[in-house]
Design a protein around this ligand. Structure first.
Ligand code: ZN
Length: 279
């Protein structure tokens, strides 16, 4: 099964961990989505793990999901379940969030453009299997990497890596709006020290990028779960505007990919230095 890949540091490790939960492209055989694969793939943060491939060279750990987030989304709470998807009642409590209302909870009900993802209702056992085989191993892997580094250094910095459409589409919170080059999310200052958000914002602004903070993306489950700045556990979400590196229709890299990757390498080097000064 293609669940995840963990890339460990090529040099002495720093307490810096990145994770890319949405760049997976290995579609499981039992993912019988109704819309075409091209439509379903619009949900991916395609190529994001590769954009940060220099992480191990600066001493960071990078964890990437290999499965598609439309199958099961590791950046949702495990109870963020949409009862409308299911053929029978969920046996545990459910706490559907705003994401589930939008059709994009733990298991997505809708594909890009609002089309139904399935031509049938899902059995509880199938969703439970996706949780056990994909969701939990990914969650556990991120938690383990953060815990290891926190144990060794007494602090850890986590970057949760994503990409976003250039323009808010019809089912998003900001339809029709053009997004900044980068959107940083710390859930309104609650998932990391303000200096970490500022460090990343300043580094990107210094390279000429437009950076927005918590607008429209504040960060979801992974930063919420792992960001506890009072315990020196700092989690920040970074959303990259897809137009900087790919064609949003074909999902092919565009000529900007190489420049962006080298700028992200600079960001990683600056962040490694930031972390080194604090441990
Ligand atoms: Zn994402």
């Amino acid at each position: 099964m293609n669940v995840l890949r963990r890339h460990d540091p090529h040099r002495s490790p720093l307490p810096l961990v990145l994770d890319s939960p949405h760049s997976g492209t290995h579609y499981p055989d039992d993912f019988d989505h109704l819309p075409s694969r091209a439509v379903v793939r619009q949900a991916e943060d395609t190529h994001v793990a590769e954009l940060y491939a220099d992480a191990p060279a600066v001493g960071a750990t990078l964890i990437e999901a290999l499965f598609p987030r439309a199958y099961i989304d590791p950046n949702r709470h495990v109870s963020d379940i949409d009862p409308q998807l299911l053929a029978e009642p969920w046996p545990d409590f459910v706490t559907p969030s705003r994401k589930t209302e939008l059709g994009i909870g733990l298991v997505w009900r809708l594909a890009h453009g609002g089309a139904a993802m399935y031509g049938r209702k899902l059995a509880v056992a199938e969703v439970q299997r996706r949780i056990a085989d994909y969701y939990l191993p990914y969650q556990d892997s991120v938690a383990a990497a953060l815990d290891e580094r926190h144990r060794a250094f007494g602090a850890v910095w986590h970057i949760n890596c994503h990409s976003m459409p250039a323009v808010g589409y019809v089912l998003s919170e900001d339809p029709g709006r053009e997004r900044a080059d980068f959107v940083l999310g710390d859930r309104d200052g609650s998932t990391c020290a303000a200096e970490f958000t500022r460090h990343v914002a300043d580094a990107l602004t210094g390279m000429g990028y437009a950076v927005a903070i918590n607008d429209p993306y504040k960060g979801v489950e992974l930063v919420r779960r792992h960001g506890r700045p009072a315990e020196r556990r700092h989690s920040l979400q970074i959303e990259i505007n897809r137009k900087l590196y790919m064609d949003e229709t074909t999902l092919e890299r565009n000529p900007g990919f190489v420049t962006l990757r080298s700028n992200l390498k600079q960001l990683l080097e600056a962040t490694a230095e930031f972390v080194r000064r604090r441990v």
